[in-house]
Write a protein that binds this ligand. Structure first.
Ligand SMILES: [Zn+2]
Length: 276
């Protein structure tokens, strides 16, 4: 019961901060509001010199805060029980309110992020600006990816797809391209490292060669990676190999057929290693 009194001495604002930080979850048993009533608990007891700072507070459910057995030991009269139930109802109501406030602040944060990302894009496209459709696309990306990656993808896409006419005006089609490609760039960035490397290498080939068969090229590269795997290369060794052997090759080969016969030759060589 003593702890119950202590809880009330902690201000509402502090309690809200502690609950928010702990995501409205009891830090001892993991139960969440509103399934349980939450309280703020001192990590180092106040009686033993524990401070009243937020770092010394943690979120605890009613039961954990008392130690489950204590509840049974409380000999309560009917009246006391009733009063306690009423307090609990009040407490639950307050906590649900706080949770709504917390949810709203998260939504606000997301809206802020969207505004900022839209501004970041608008700054790159001069007299154009994102329409509602474009904003919705960006909102979806914000839900799925982290901000750092999104901004980086915007930079990459802008560099690659924004085009200017002779009088240095942005071409409208290129602006549309730029926005459309952001999601694709993010997806590449979030693929497994080997796939990312392969996508990068294929991008180099596609840009450099007059002819590039994307499907066939992917198969050839996959066979190469599988051969390395079968030989016993680790993921990191494969990535290193792609970087040191395959990437320079993509940058040096003159055309598709030269590239193709070279890589297929390498794959065959590796398959012979296996047989030794
Ligand atoms: Zn608990």
């Amino acid at each position: 019961m003593k702890k119950g009194i202590k809880r009330k001495s902690i201000s509402k604002r502090i309690r809200f901060e502690v609950f928010k930080r702990d995501k409205f979850t009891c830090q001892y048993c993991g139960k969440k509001a509103p399934d349980v009533i939450l309280e703020v608990d001192h990590i180092h007891p106040k009686s033993k010199g524990g401070a009243d700072g937020i770092l010394n507070f943690t979120t605890s459910c009613y039961e954990c805060n008392r130690g489950k057995s204590n509840i049974q030991l409380d000999d309560q009269s009917a009246l006391q029980k009733q009063r306690k139930q009423m307090e609990e109802v009040q407490e639950r109501r307050e906590q649900i309110e706080l949770m709504f406030k917390w949810q709203e602040s998260l939504t606000d944060l997301q809206k802020d992020t969207l505004t900022q990302v839209v501004e970041y894009i608008d700054n790159k496209i001069g007299k154009f600006s994102l329409n509602e459709n474009g904003k919705r696309t960006i909102e979806k990306l914000i839900n799925k990816f982290n901000l750092q990656d999104i901004l980086e993808a915007i930079d990459i896409s802008a560099k690659k797809y924004l085009k200017y006419d002779v009088s240095d005006n942005l071409i409208k089609d290129s602006v549309e391209d730029f926005i459309k490609k952001i999601g694709g760039i993010l997806n590449i960035k979030n693929r497994p490292p080997i796939d990312q490397k392969l996508a990068y290498i294929k991008g180099i080939c596609r840009n450099r060669f007059n002819f590039w068969d994307h499907k066939k090229g992917s198969i050839i590269l996959n066979e190469y990676v599988i051969a390395l795997k079968n030989y016993g290369y680790t993921e990191q060794q494969i990535i290193n190999d792609l970087e040191k052997e395959m990437e320079p090759q993509a940058k040096q080969a003159d055309n598709w057929s030269e590239w193709r016969s070279l890589v297929e030759g390498w794959t065959n060589d590796i398959r012979k290693w296996e047989k030794n």
